[in-house]
Ligand binder design. Structure first.
Ligand SMILES: [Zn+2]
Length: 237
């Protein structure tokens, strides 16, 4: 198996991992580069593989830095399944068309105010492109294992973080590779906690906040203070 980091390396957005095995190809996540212009420009560079020759995509969660380049992938010929949890599909139904809509609006603004050197300025993809990409989604509930391509099985496990977020467990031959995706906290008020890793031969882990410790505090107390402060303001105004 060959693993290539195509994003979220040296920066924290644009997550994309290419897995190649016995002549087949799989992508874990297909995110947009976000932030400064030099990063956003990377979204316009061609994929370093042929999207038509990709077998499948496995999506950890719906945030655009993990999912936002899927419409581009489909626009450029990808016809395989995008496997992810049912909740992530529901979120992508909202987020991806909205992302396309915003990009159309940005291009429109640039054309009206002549702020782009491109004439006309074009959207990276449109709302329609994003809606087309939604047809590629196939639900894979937590804990179910399926063969995603010859010699490679995939299973998703809860990662906390946001609704539907998962870590991806790939079994390739006799070994297991785990992609953490974005991880939540064990003591979150709303989200389930990340499932423990039972076994993995290799782990690819997100490390955006890897050099920081969470403050030890009580989220319920903090939320209570915010509610009390806001209510007091409403009464006094
Ligand atoms: Zn995220």
């Amino acid at each position: 198996m060959k693993l290539t980091f195509l994003g979220a390396a040296g920066t924290v957005t644009g997550s994309k991992y290419l897995i190649e095995h016995q002549g087949h190809r799989l992508l874990v996540d297909c995110g947009l580069f976000q932030g400064y212009k030099n990063l956003r420009l990377m979204n316009w560079e061609p994929f370093p593989f042929d999207p038509r020759k990709l077998d499948a995509v496995v999506l950890t969660h719906a945030h655009l830095d993990h999912s936002g380049a899927l419409p581009l992938l489909v626009k450029q010929g990808f016809r395989g399944p995008v496997l992810t949890t049912p909740a992530t599909i529901e979120l992508c139904r909202l987020l991806l068309p909205d992302s396309g809509h915003l990009q159309e609006e940005d291009a429109d603004y640039a054309n009206r105010h002549k702020t782009s050197k491109h004439k006309p300025a074009l959207p990276l993809y449109t709302q329609e492109d994003a809606e087309r990409a939604l047809h590629r989604f196939q639900p894979l509930p937590f804990g179910e294992q399926i063969d995603v391509m010859p010699g490679v099985a995939v299973r998703l496990q809860p990662a906390g973080h946001i609704l539907g977020a998962s870590s991806v467990v790939l079994t390739v031959g006799g070994s297991t590779v785990l992609f953490s995706g974005d991880l939540g906290r064990p003591d979150d008020l709303m989200m389930r906690e990340p499932a423990p890793i039972e076994h993995a031969d290799h782990i690819v882990v997100e490390s955006t906040y890897g050099d920081r410790l969470h403050e030890v505090n009580d989220s319920e107390d903090e939320l209570g203070e915010v509610i009390s402060r806001t209510a007091a303001r409403a009464v006094s105004s």
